[in-house]
Design a protein around this ligand. Sequence first.
Ligand SMILES: *[C@@H]1O[C@H](CO)[C@@H](O)[C@H](O)[C@H]1NC(C)=O
Ligand SMILES: *[C@@H]1O[C@H](CO)[C@@H](O)[C@H](O)[C@H]1NC(C)=O
Length: 297
Amino acid sequence: MLSILSTVLTFLALILIPCLFISRRLSVPLISFTNIRRLINVAASQCDEEEESGTSGKKEKQERLPNHVAIILDGNRRWAKKRGQSTEEGHEAGSRKVIKIAMDLFTLGTKTVSLFAFSTENWGRPEDEVKYLMSMFEKVLKSEIPYFQRHEVKVSVIGNRTNISESLLGSIREVEEGTMSYKDRHLIVAIDYSGRFDILQACKNIAKKAKNGLIQVEDIDENLIDKELMTSCSEFPNPDLLIRTSGEQRISNFYLWQSAYTELYFPNVLWPDFDKAEYLKTLTWYQQRERRFGRRV
Ligand SMILES: *[C@@H]1O[C@H](CO)[C@@H](O)[C@H](O)[C@H]1NC(C)=O
Ligand SMILES: *[C@@H]1O[C@H](CO)[C@@H](O)[C@H](O)[C@H]1NC(C)=O
């Protein structure tokens, strides 16, 4: 009798204590079996990542956690309208979510998070809204520098800088310089960015190098283009997973070259309502996808 009891107690200690520990670390409530299953999946893939990868089985498990997640932040305006609030309040609510979700993603093992904050096409929005968004970027980037430093998040801003105001450029430089030494967590913010713009500027750089005799036409290959794209600032330039909130199913000129093999996910949730539970759902969906990279299609 005593030995059965001690077996049961040992079993509980071996299973429950690590579970509670992991749950505390990931700050996910241990409320349901599905959550426990997710936790075990996530923990297993995190352990795998810490080991040297050897067998192909391990490699496959590794692929189930996205290294790079790109997000098209959509639905702030609709969210505000539904509540009878102003567009600005919608963007404000959306911006409060951004840093929180990015941190959740990092905690769950993602290394690079890209945010499509302002597209080249967004210049066509009402002047007041554009002005508001620009001053919001300036404020958020600047005020969050101590937070990024505390959590060791490297921040890079990509996009066309020619039409960006001096004061926003100042904040961009400040946040980039203040966080450039960090390696494990990388936040990429796309402002006045578009996929076509990125490919265009890469072409121009390559043409200049060819004209100056630095490279030959025969040297131009996919690798070289990868290096000239603005995402070359990341260790993982191509997103494994792209999320666009609010139910719209378009890439809208975000990463074009980089999304060739990306899993695309379109949750029917407006951006300010996207939370960690939604991301866990996304992750479960992602882990069930067989990542073929076009090989067996
Ligand atoms: C440059 O920015 C201004 C607002 O600051 C905007 O009205 C204009 O459309 C932008 N120009 C281009 C070419 O994007
Ligand atoms: C960058 O923006 C400027 C001004 O908005 C524009 O004239 C220029 O063509 C853009 N560059 C590229 C490569 O699209």
